[in-house]
Write a protein that binds this ligand. Structure first.
Ligand SMILES: Cc1ncc(COP(=O)(O)O)c(C=O)c1O
Ligand SMILES: [Zn+2]
Length: 442
C-alpha cells in the first residue's frame, strides 16, 4: 500500500493495492482473477493544470507527469527522453481536403517516430514498465510482440538491468530481431503467427513463474500512453476533434479514453476525440466486425462477434493481430466516441510514405503509412467534417522496415554517360506522387 495510487479491478471493482500485490498475483485480481485493472490516484488529477500550462519550456521526458504515473520513487526512473514529442502541422493534407472534398480541416501529426529510445509509439510504455518493474525488484520479465513493443521493452528493460524473454511471430522483421538481440535480450521466434507467439509466451510465463507483459490493457502501458492527452493539452491548449491511429490491439485508444474520462469528470475538457482507427486490409478483423455490427444496427452482443484471422499475410507485421481479443473494448470505445474502424489498402502504403517524405522529409514507417492512408480513406468515406482538427499518430519511422524502405526508391535513372544526366527539378515529382490519391476523391 502507498498513498499515491492504487489499482482497481475492472471486473469486480475491488481495490487491489499497488503493483506488488498485482505482480504477486501474476497480474490478476486477487479476488476474481481478471487480468484487467486500472490505476487511480489519491491526489486529484485536477492538478494536471499545473503541468500543462503553456510556458514555452519543453519537459525533459514522460516523467514530467510523475505525479500521474504509478511510480513511487524518482530514483527508479528509467528514461531516454521519450513521450514529449512534437506535434507537426501538415498543411499539404489540409489543401488536399479543401481542393478535393471542399472541407476545411486542420491536420496535425504526432511524431512518435522521434521518441529517442527506439523511435516508436512504444517507448513511453516501455519507460513506464521498466521503471515500475525496477521499483518492485523484478529481475526477469517476458513479452509476446509483433515487433515494436518488444524492441522498446528490450531496450528499456536492459537499461533497468532486467532480462526479458521476447516471443515474436515468424513474420517479425529481422531488424527487430537484431536490435532486441543487440541488447542481450533473449528471443524466441515462434514458428507461427502472433496468436501462437502469445500462447507459447503464456505457457513459458506459467512454467517459469515469470511475469508476462499484460498486453493492451496492461496498466503500466495504459498509464504511460495516457500522457499523450496531457501532451496535446500542453502543446495545443486543446484536444483534437479526431484521432487517427493504426490499430493492432488498441492500447492507444484505451489510454486516451481513460485520460479523457478523468479530465471530463473534472470539467477540464468538454469533448473526447472521435477515434478513427485503421487496419491494414490484409489483417483487418476489427474492421470486418465493426462493419457487420454497423450494418445490423449494433444488435445485442455485437461486441463479442468478431472474426479470427489465422496466420494473417500482412506486410505490416506490427499490426498483424489476427485474433482481436480486445475488440469488445475497442468496439465500444469507438462507438462511444462516434468514431469508425476502417481499413487501408496496404499495397498503397509506399505511395503514402513517398508523398509524406516528399512534402515533409519525414520518413514514416509501414504502421504510420496505414494511419496516414486512413486519412485519405476517411475523407473518401465522408467521416471527416468541416472545421475539424485531425491528429494523425505517426507511430514509427521507417528505421527497421528495410523492404519498405526499398520501395521508396523512385528517382533513380541508370546511366552510362554524362549525356544522359539532366539537371533535376524536384518539383517535377509532385504531380505523379499526388496523382495516386486522385481516386479517393472520385
Ligand atoms: C507504430 C505503431 N502504430 C500503431 C500500433 C498499434 O497500437 P495499438 O493498437 O496497441 O494502440 C502499433 C502497435 O504495435 C505500432 O507499433
Ligand atoms: Zn476482480
Amino acid at each position: 500500500m502507498n498513498n499515491k495510487y492504487y489499482l482497481k479491478c475492472e471486473n469486480c471493482g475491488i481495490k487491489i493495492g499497488d503493483f506488488s500485490i498485482w505482480f504477486k498475483n501474476s497480474q490478476t485480481c486477487p479476488s476474481c482473477k481478471t487480468n484487467w485493472a486500472t490505476v487511480h490516484y489519491y491526489d486529484p488529477i485536477k492538478r494536471i493544470t499545473e503541468y500543462i500550462k503553456p510556458n514555452g519550456q519543453k519537459p525533459d521526458n514522460l516523467w514530467h507527469y510523475f505525479d500521474f504515473l504509478p511510480l513511487l520513487d524518482k530514483k527508479n526512473i528509467i528514461t531516454r527522453g521519450e513521450g514529449v514529442i512534437p506535434v507537426d502541422h501538415w498543411p499539404f493534407l489540409e489543401e488536399y481536403a479543401k481542393r478535393k472534398f471542399g472541407i476545411n480541416v486542420t491536420v496535425l501529426a504526432y511524431r512518435n517516430d522521434l521518441n529517442p529510445g527506439t523511435g516508436t509509439f512504444k517507448d513511453a510504455a516501455a519507460a513506464s514498465a521498466a521503471s515500475i518493474l525496477k521499483e518492485h525488484g523484478i529481475k526477469e520479465y517476458s513479452i509476446a510482440s509483433t515487433g515494436n513493443i518488444a524492441t522498446a521493452y528490450a531496450h528499456y528493460l536492459a537499461a533497468a538491468g532486467i532480462s526479458i524473454a521476447v516471443f515474436i511471430p515468424n513474420d517479425a522483421l529481422e531488424a527487430h530481431e537484431a536490435e532486441i538481440s543487440n541488447y542481450g535480450q533473449r528471443i524466441f521466434r515462434v514458428n507461427g503467427d502472433y496468436a501462437m507467439a502469445k500462447q507459447v509466451a503464456a505457457e513459458y510465463s506459467k512454467k517459469h513463474g515469470i511475469l508476462l507483459s499484460g498486453g493492451n490493457t496492461d496498466p503500466m502501458r495504459v498509464e504511460a500512453k495516457k500522457t499523450m492527452v496531457f501532451e496535446w493539452l500542453r502543446q495545443l491548449g486543446k484536444l483534437p476533434d479526431v484521432y487517427i491511429q493504426a490499430l493492432s490491439g488498441g492500447t492507444g485508444p484505451i489510454a486516451i479514453d481513460k485520460a479523457c474520462d478523468e479530465l471530463s469528470e473534472l470539467n477540464l475538457i468538454k469533448k473526447v476525440p472521435r477515434f478513427i482507427l485503421i487496419q491494414p486490409h490484409n489483417c483487418d478483423p476489427m474492421t470486418q466486425a465493426w462493419k457487420k455490427a454497423k450494418a445490423n444496427n449494433f444488435p445485442e452482443g455485437w461486441e463479442n462477434d468478431y472474426p479470427v484471422i489465422n496466420n494473417p499475410h500482412s506486410k505490416v507485421p506490427t499490426l498483424a493481430t489476427g485474433n482481436p481479443k480486445t475488440y469488445p473494448i475497442i468496439g465500444s470505445l469507438v462507438k462511444k466516441s462516434n468514431g469508425e474502424i476502417i481499413s487501408f489498402n496496404e499495397d498503397e502504403m509506399a505511395d503514402v510514405a513517398k508523398l509524406i517524405a516528399y512534402e515533409t522529409t519525414v520518413k514514416i514507417g509501414p504502421a504510420s503509412a496505414i494511419a496516414v492512408g486512413g486519412f485519405f480513406e476517411a475523407l473518401k468515406d465522408g467521416i471527416l467534417k468541416d472545421g475539424e482538427t485531425v491528429m494523425i499518430n505517426v507511430g514509427e519511422g521507417v528505421l527497421r522496415a528495410l523492404d519498405f524502405m526499398a520501395e521508396m526508391i523512385y528517382t533513380t535513372i541508370n546511366v552510362d554517360s554524362v549525356d544522359e544526366c539532366k539537371p533535376p527539378a524536384r518539383g517535377d515529382f509532385a504531380a505523379g506522387l499526388w496523382a495516386k490519391f486522385d481516386k479517393y476523391a472520385e
